[in-house]
Design a binder for this molecule. Structure first.
Ligand code: 5GP
Ligand code: ZN
Length: 121
C-alpha cells in the first residue's frame, strides 16, 4: 500500500534492505538483517532490523510479534558471533525523538566489547 511505497522511497534502512545504500552486513536471515553501525559507540555496535518496514519496536510488537522475536534471536546471535555473549552486552531500541531515535525503521542496537554503565546517559 501507500505506506510501504513511502517507506521504500524515504527510509534509509529500507534502502539498506534493498541494497540501494551499502552497509557492512554481518548476518542475514529470511526476515531480518544485521549490519555494523556507521558511527560505532563500542567495539561491537551492530544494528538488527526486520526487512519489512515498521517504525518502532512497539508497532512491530503489535503488528508481528514473531518478527520481533526473530530480530531478538538475531541480536543474540550477533553477540555470540562477536564473542561478547559471555561477558555481557546490551540490546537497545531507542523509541521516539526524546530517546534519540533518528531512523524510524525499527532497529535493535547490539552493543558490547566494553563496560556499559547503568543507567545510560
Ligand atoms: P537511532 O539513533 O535511531 O537509535 O539509531 C540510528 C543509528 O543508525 C545510529 O547509531 C547511526 O549511527 C546509524 N546510522 C545512521 N545512518 C547510517 C547508515 O547510513 N549506515 C549505517 N550502517 N548506520 C547508520
Ligand atoms: Zn524502512
Amino acid at each position: 500500500g501507500p505506506d510501504s511505497v513511502r517507506a521504500m522511497t524515504d527510509c534509509l534502512f529500507c534502502k539498506i534492505v534493498s541494497g540501494d545504500v551499502p552497509a557492512e552486513i554481518v548476518r542475514e536471515s529470511d526476515r531480518a538483517l544485521a549490519f555494523r553501525d556507521i558511527n560505532p559507540q563500542a567495539p561491537t555496535h551492530v544494528l538488527v532490523i526486520p526487512r519489512e518496514h515498521h517504525p518502532n519496536v512497539g508497532e512491530l510488537a503489535a503488528a508481528d510479534p514473531g518478527l520481533l522475536a526473530e530480530v531478538l534471536r538475531e541480536a543474540n546471535q550477533v553477540a555470540v558471533d562477536e564473542g561478547v555473549a559471555g561477558e555481557g552486552f546490551r540490546v537497545v531500541f531507542n523509541t521516539g525523538p526524546r530517546a534519540g531515535q533518528t531512523v524510524f525503521h525499527v532497529h535493535a542496537h547490539v552493543i558490547g566489547g566494553r563496560d556499559l554503565n547503568w543507567p545510560p546517559g
